[in-house]
Design a protein around this ligand. Structure first.
Ligand SMILES: C[S@@+](CC[C@H](N)C(=O)[O-])C[C@H]1O[C@@H](n2cnc3c(N)ncnc32)[C@H](O)[C@@H]1O
Length: 247
């Protein structure tokens, strides 16, 4: 994944260099045009030729313009490694293809709590729990439910764990581990808010491991070829759809 990102940027820069060479030196805005060609070229090569997930598009579009802008700004040099480390600790596996961190709305949290309460589940797994937006309030509001949350990016993992401790929720366990290795056979409800890119693989795992009669709940993204038992349309800003699948 990282190699593909570097390759996309390399091709984008080559296209930008060609645009620069072909534009007469006296033409105003020459550098801006070359930068735009490089950024759009990198995003297009990443998405269409190298089949990178969609979230790489904005990264490619912003990367080179941000480098050029930062090189002209009076930014102390130590800001760059510190910023890089901070981003790495938050977005950890994204460069290898993990879904990055973005948070569920409170409406999603409420919907998952309501589904778990209605189905009287005893155990819930949250795959890619982020900072615990769903897992922690669910564990707090349903103290009789055992909640296992998987999150492998260091900062979100720590925040999820600290949040659970701070609220005194003893029925949630946060695993700093890959959710693809999580055994799902022991859970009554599994929740995920991930990306369309992983849904086919995730549905295959869920169907292979979860017990008949249990629930798989996916916020925003459908499982291709699997008809949900219910689809909730929430009144949040994104009008999130929550897909409820019965095994
Ligand atoms: C879109 S966020 C969802 C966060 C949270 N569940 C919510 O609804 O607000 C996806 C999260 O999954 C984590 N993640 C992605 N791939 C993972 C993997 N293979 N194992 C563990 N966590 C992963 C990311 O670090 C990120 O925090």
């Amino acid at each position: 994944m990282f190699a593909r990102a570097v390759l996309a940027q390399g091709v984008g820069m080559a296209l930008g260099a060609v645009a620069l060479a072909l534009t007469p030196p006296e033409r105003p805005g020459r550098l801006g045009v070359a930068l735009a060609v490089a950024a759009v070229g990198a995003a297009a090569v990443g998405r269409f030729a190298l089949r990178q997930p969609p979230w790489w598009g904005p990264i490619h579009l912003l990367f080179l313009p941000a480098v050029v802008a930062a090189s002209g700004a009076a930014v102390p040099p130590e800001v760059y490694p510190v910023g890089f480390l901070a981003l790495l600790l938050v977005f950890w596996g994204t460069f290898r293809g993990d879904v990055p961190l973005y948070l569920s709305s409170s409406a999603v949290t409420e919907a998952v709590i309501a589904l778990a309460a209605e189905a009287r589940v005893a155990s819930v797994a949250d795959l890619g729990a982020g900072v615990g937006t769903v897992a922690v309030p669910l564990a707090r509001r349903l103290p009789g439910v055992r909640v296992d949350a998987w999150e492998r990016a260091p900062v979100p993992f720590l925040l999820c764990r600290v949040r659970a401790r701070a609220l005194g929720t003893r029925n949630v366990t946060v695993h700093a581990a890959d959710f693809w290795q999580a055994p799902l056979g022991g859970f009554d409800l599994v929740f995920a808010f991930l990306s369309p890119v992983v849904m086919e693989r995730l549905a295959a795992k869920v169907r292979a491991e979860m017990r008949p009669g249990t629930l798989f709940v996916s916020a925003a993204f459908e499982c291709p070829g699997w008809v949900p038992e219910r689809t909730l349309v929430l009144a949040d800003r994104r009008e999130t759809r929550v897909y409820v699948y019965r095994l």
